[in-house]
Design a protein around this ligand. Structure first.
Ligand SMILES: Nc1nc2c(c(=O)[nH]1)N[C@H]1C(S)=C(S)[C@@H](COP(=O)(O)O)O[C@H]1N2
Ligand SMILES: [Mo]
Length: 161
């Protein structure tokens, strides 16, 4: 059961790696972000900086995009790495417990200052929930975020009220 709580980072990196919640907790304090509501993430939780994860897998020269994969609901985004490298975070726990699936856990990507859904490449849709794999690519990778208002509205049909 705990085996599911793994975030894999792979692709254009020197040392692909899997992170469990305890591995993320063990990353240096400098990479930890306590209480993500401070960054505008209304659902809260604690996170690590993307930069900390990438330091640990060693980004290779030439990587341009970040593939954010949510296998649970087959949701995938590929966004330019440069603009989010220093600010994106991965939320992994709340109140000392692994992040609940109701708030997009066990791992959730979050970009402070994201744009509204499908107004920009780096939008709220790219705050991928149920994140289980981050893939570094050279050039844009697979992306099935909604392309228009109708498709986007469908995604939100099942949102809790
Ligand atoms: N895996 C996954 N991540 C996702 C989505 C989704 O449908 N599946 N929807 C996106 C969109 S369009 C939005 S607005 C936010 C919604 O986050 P929330 O459910 O926490 O409000 O998650 C984004 N991340
Ligand atoms: Mo959205």
């Amino acid at each position: 059961m705990n085996d599911e709580l793994v975030l894999r980072i792979e692709g254009h990196v020197e040392s692909p790696r899997e992170f469990r919640v305890e591995d993320l907790r063990g990353l240096a304090d400098d990479w930890q972000v306590k209480d993500v509501t401070r960054l505008g993430m209304k659902r809260g939780g604690d996170a690590v900086q993307l930069a900390g994860l990438l330091a640990s897998v060693q980004l290779l020269d030439g990587a341009t995009h970040l593939g954010l994969h949510g296998t649970r609901d087959n949701f995938h985004a590929s966004i330019p790495l440069g603009p989010v490298l220093e600010k994106a975070i991965v939320i992994y726990e709340k109140d000392g417990q692994p992040l609940d699936v109701n708030v997009g856990g066990p791992f959730r990507f979050f970009i402070p200052d994201h744009a509204a859904c499908h107004t920009d490449e780096i939008d709220e849709c790219a705050n991928v929930k149920f994140l289980d794999r981050i893939e570094l690519t050279v050039g844009k990778g697979f992306d099935n975020r909604p392309q228009d208002d109708e498709e986007h509205a469908k995604l939100h049909e099942n949102d809790p009220g």
